[in-house]
Design a protein around this ligand. Structure first.
Ligand SMILES: Cc1cc2nc3c(=O)[nH]c(=O)nc-3n(C[C@H](O)[C@H](O)[C@H](O)COP(=O)(O)OP(=O)(O)OC[C@H]3O[C@@H](n4cnc5c(N)ncnc54)[C@H](O)[C@@H]3O)c2cc1C
Length: 1009
């Protein structure tokens, strides 16, 4: 029989919850190892990682040992009330309960609580390992892999693995990935917050205490949670024992225009950028704080607002692995229950284990604990997540409202008179142990009765009448008393003691959740979509089957896009979120239900690698892929018209030539120009070189040379090879300080080739290099090409369509002189991948390069250049009809919408560059003005090798958060750089804010490492 002392437990993380878990495990003699990626906060000099204050309530406090609770009371401040700072400058107090000694919050700096718990865990005998980042978990076996700061890999195995690794838990991610059949959802709220410090008065007093004076006992002021509710935003402040206050300013990340009928706009962080903005905000809305917090403007501007999210998952366990704390349920902090709920998780877990231990050995007891723990805690986690979201509007909006306060007074009075018949929801959540979900169910029932009475009577003037009617109504209804709150309100939190909550075995009314068919973070099948299109041997689908197939696919696609917009996919899957599709050698002999195949596509293949449709994807030159473009392509594919010859589908050929003509005119080409839609820039560049070679006699093709800058695209070298230019014909011309082709070097290279008998075939100028977005001097290259009679091609795959904008026209000046231009509409027109074109100034040059006359079996060929056969203008005969991918979105929105979106990308990139440049520790690779939307930057440090290493590491760290994906590159003058290209049509200020915050975070982590 195994005893607990024979069992090993690995805990990922050493936050407050992990420490409590370790204390409880050690009480039961388990061998415990904590692995924390950060450093030991107790050794940090001065500033603590998380400086915000936590409010502890009964659930949290009763989960801790009494001596810890005593320490907390000695170092924290008791808050028996809210103190509301109204817009007109007055204040009012809202007591939390009927007895301040029992019904209060205990406010404590998070850092202090954390340090105390680390000490206690260490004293209890847990081993704390700092600087170990968990990078992989085998949930079935309880083993985990960590990297330590020195990049060593450590593998652990244990009888139980506990994920206490917070909101962005890798343990949760790995459970999902490795077969846990989990439902995970992640929702961001619009708000972000920054912290502000209000210092102690000289001599150590609390500056806001006067505002919290008790009107009944004016000599006896009480502390409170100070709230300045201002509608969309609010300020909260909590006192500390040293006389200071830790305050938080909460506001939507993005401001909004006032809705119809409303005045003005709703303020957001994007409008609070300068000291002046902050001063105006405080002087208008929080004037009483201005004189008290001397550094409030610096505090606000120092950090980017931290975004908030809710994470739910189910189940909390898999194999030998379990989630406890924020890793299982991340809450927005408006109810102040995150850590309370997490500590209650710990208490519940060990209560179940202790009960199981009375009947089993330790190993069996542990295994039996996991499913019961999920069954108990998951409904609690989900409920408090909902309540926390709902509390936001109470704090920001309603807490200062007269009707709200009147109703609260009525509820308090009702509770005082009939504590068994009416328990305010806040009271049940904060001051009792009643499971959250039971508290809500009971409250809903009571609230409905009270609402009805308040609709008939005035809650301000008819209090007695309402109370009497309520007691009668509920008294009648409550033959079977509803679950009453625990003894908390009598005992108060100071009578703490672990093991208070011993859940009885469940009798099946809370069934263990069945197969998960609801919302998935990394999506899985929804139940209703599983109605499979029955596969058969008849390949034709009738119209009902076609519709069914489309419906099923559409539903899955919509789920994906919804998940993406909710932030449920990272910008980059560092590791696949599920088992990737297996390699298959043989085609299947029989069919499979479509629902199963969609699972393979959406659940298995999709959550892996780079997520190009993510608005935070900024590596290379991204292509978000307009949905409308994909629909255009789908329509074209399902109509399946042959577009190689005009006569085969004249209507569709016309739509495609229209798109080509639009592109030509957007580049400044005139009469006689034309083009060909290709699947990418590589093919377009190849076609350009093929055209260029037509200027030379056949026997010179192999010996010809093509010139492109050292920053040009590698596809040019490949295109040269495809076009028949010999291996030595590719010339990489050096660049100047701005990474543009050095024209003196170009001239010298051409001259040298001519001297040695190498015919120059083509100069390829780049309009938007991948590394920095540099644009060669197109007008000067055009002049040089004219002088030597060389074909002038512009690889404008990245930058071409920026010619729509004023700044782009400055940058691309001279492009209209090019003989040919390659453009990628999947980059600078935001279309799905595979939407490119080669455009030529003179239509006949394409035909000379690609037309093969006299194919007798295609008699319908057009003799009319106005009705071109695409087969004569490009390398393909059979090809899909490509035009609709661009045609549909451009027709739907008009080209002005694209111009605006491109202009916004330029603004966003400039904003990003400015904000990164302002960070201490970041150097921006100098950008010209104007510039395409690429920002290259590096970590500033003495010594090039170290700068390269730290830049690479910073890139890894930024990407590790999943919000942004960027990659590094190497530049001749700068060494390693991180480069971000702001090209996704959905990238907005919020994404840029997040980027800057992630860079800041990465710099902090680099400092710690
Ligand atoms: C602004 C704000 C105010 C809040 N106010 C309150 C409040 O008033 N009352 C309340 O009850 N709750 C509050 N909360 C919530 C509370 O802070 C959390 O519930 C609590 O910190 C969760 O603790 P945890 O140990 O589960 O996670 P965390 O505190 O996030 O700790 C997780 C630990 O795991 C480590 N880690 C993460 N990934 C890895 C990895 N891959 N490898 C190794 N280690 C890793 C982290 O470095 C960290 O140390 C608030 C939260 C915020 C953001």
């Amino acid at each position: 029989m195994l005893a607990a002392r024979d069992l090993r437990v690995t805990v990922v993380g050493a936050g407050p919850v992990a420490c409590l878990v370790a204390i409880e495990l050690r009480k039961r003699s388990f061998e415990v190892n904590l692995y924390e990626r950060g450093s030991d906060v107790r050794l940090a000099d001065g500033a603590r990682g998380h400086s915000f204050n936590l409010t502890l309530t009964r659930r949290g406090l009763t989960s801790l040992d009494e001596h810890i609770v005593d320490m907390l009371y000695r170092n924290g401040v008791v808050l028996p009330q809210r103190v509301i700072h109204h817009v007109d400058g007055t204040t009012s107090c809202q007591p939390y309960g009927t007895d301040p000694d029992l019904h209060h919050l205990l406010s404590i700096p998070r850092g202090l609580l954390h340090e105390m718990l680390l000490d206690e865990a260490e004293k209890a005998g847990a081993r704390l390992n700092f600087g170990f980042e968990c990078i992989g978990v085998e949930p079935a076996s309880g083993s985990a892999t960590f990297v330590d700061g020195g990049a060593g890999i450590v593998r652990t195995s244990a009888d139980l693995l506990i994920g206490c690794d917070g909101a962005n838990s890798i343990v949760r991610h790995e459970m999902f990935r490795r077969g846990a059949q989990m439902r995970i959802s992640q929702d961001y709220v619009a708000d972000g917050f920054v912290e502000i410090r209000i210092p102690a008065l000289t001599g150590g007093g609390h500056a806001l205490l006067d505002a919290a004076r008790d009107p009944d006992r004016p000599r006896n002021p009480r502390h409170g949670l100070h709230i300045w509710p201002r509608g969309e935003f609010m300020l909260l402040a909590q006192p500390n024992v040293d006389g200071s206050y830790t305050a938080g300013l909460w506001m939507p990340l993005v401001s909004e225009e006032g809705a119809d009928g409303e005045d003005g706009e709703r303020l957001g962080w994007d409008r609070v950028r300068t000291r002046r903005d902050v001063r105006e905000l405080f002087e208008s809305h929080f004037p009483d704080v201005v004189g008290l917090a001397s550094s409030y403007a610096e505090d606000v501007l120092q950090w980017s607002p931290a975004p908030l999210k809710t994470v739910r998952c189910d189940p909390y366990h898999h194999g030998r692995t379990v989630l406890i704390g924020d890793s299982a349920h991340t809450l927005v902090p408006f109810f102040g229950q995150g850590i309370n709920c997490s500590f209650e998780d710990v208490r519940t877990f060990f209560s179940i284990f202790d009960r199981n231990l009375t009947e089993h050995d330790a190993a069996t007891a542990l295994a039996a604990t996991l499913p019961s723990y999920t069954e108990w805690r998951r409904p609690a986690g989900d409920t408090i997540a909902d309540l926390s979201l709902a509390m936001a509007s109470e704090l920001k909006d309603r807490s200062g409202d007269v009707a709200f306060q009147t109703r609260k007074r009525l509820e308090k009075e009702l509770h005082l008179r009939y504590p068994e018949l009416y328990v305010p929801l806040y009271h049940a959540v904060a001051f009792t142990d009643t499971p959250y979900q039971d508290a809500v169910a009971r409250h809903e029932q009571h609230r409905a009765v009270l609402d009805e009475l308040c609709s008939r009577h005035d809650p301000a003037d008819e209090v007695e009448l309402i109370i009497a009617a309520y007691a009668e109504a509920i008294g009648r209804a409550t033959h079977t008393p509803a679950p009453t709150p625990g003894p908390a309100s009598q005992n108060g939190p100071r009578t703490a003691g672990a093991g208070h909550l011993v859940p009885a075995p469940r009798s099946g009314h809370h069934a263990v959740p069945g197969p998960r068919t609801e919302q998935h973070a990394v999506p899985g099948p929804r139940a209703e979509q599983r109605a499979a299109v029955a596969p058969g041997t008849d390949l034709h689908l009738d119209s009902a089957q076609q519709k069914e197939l489309l419906d099923v696919v559409t539903a899955r696609l919509m789920d994906f896009h919804e998940d993406l917009s909710k932030g449920n996919h990272p910008a980059w899957y560092r590791v696949a979120a599920a088992e990737p599709p297996k390699a298959e050698q043989q085609a299947p002999r029989t069919g499979t239900a479509v629902a199963t195949l969609l699972d393979e596509i959406f659940d298995s293949a999709l959550p892996d690698g780079m997520m190009h449709p993510h608005p935070g994807f900024m590596a290379h030159v991204p292509s978000g892929g307009l949905f409308q473009g994909a629909v255009g392509e789908f329509v074209a594919r399902s109509l399946n018209r042959f577009a190689g010859a005009w006569a085969a589908a004249p209507g569709f050929a016309r739509l495609e030539t229209n798109v080509i003509d639009w592109f030509c005119s957007l580049m400044g080409y005139g009469e006689g120009s034309f083009g060909y839609l290709t699947t990418g820039g590589s093919i377009a560049n190849f076609m350009a070189l093929r055209c260029a070679l037509e200027r030379l006699p056949d026997h010179q093709h192999h010996r010809a040379a093509v010139y492109v800058s050292g920053q040009g695209h590698f596809s040019v070298a490949k295109a040269a090879r495809l076009a028949g230019i010999g291996a030595g014909g590719h010339r990489a011309v050096p660049t100047d300080d701005a990474y543009r082709m050095d024209l003196v070097a170009l001239r010298e290279t051409i001259e040298r080739d001519l001297r040695y008998g190498t015919p120059p075939a083509c100069v390829v100028a780049t309009a938007g290099t991948t590394n920095t977005g540099a644009v060669d001097d197109l007008r000067a290259v055009a002049a040089l090409c004219r002088e030597y009679g060389v074909w002038f091609h512009v690889d404008a795959c990245f930058g071409g369509f920026f010619r729509l904008t004023r700044r782009g026209r400055v940058l691309l000046d001279g492009i209209e002189e090019a003989d040919s231009i390659a453009v990628d509409a999947h980059k600078s027109l935001f279309l799905p991948h595979g939407s490119s074109a080669l455009l030529v100034r003179d239509k006949t040059t394409l035909k000379q390069a690609f037309a093969i006359p006299d194919a007798a079996y295609i008699p319908e060929l057009s003799q009319d250049d106005d009705h071109p056969d695409f087969m004569d203008y490009g390398p393909e005969l059979t090809r899909e009809f490509r035009g609709l991918t661009a045609w549909l979105p451009i027709k739907m929105h008009g080209i002005n919408a694209f111009e605006r979106c491109l202009d916004d990308r330029l603004d966003l990139a400039d904003d990003l560059a400015g904000r990164l440049a302002a960070l201490d520790g970041i150097d921006i690779v100098s950008r010209g003005e104007p510039h395409l939307p690429t920002v290259a930057f590096k970590v500033r440090v003495n010594g090039e090798a170290e700068a390269d290493r730290l830049t690479e590491r910073a890139c890894e760290l930024i990407c590790s958060r999943g919000n942004i994906y960027v990659a590094t590159s190497e530049l001749p003058h700068e060494g390693h750089v991180i480069r971000a290209c702001v090209m996704h049509h959905q990238t907005d200020v919020g994404v840029i804010d997040q980027f800057v915050e992630d860079v800041r975070w990465a710099l902090r982590r680099l400092g710690e490492e």
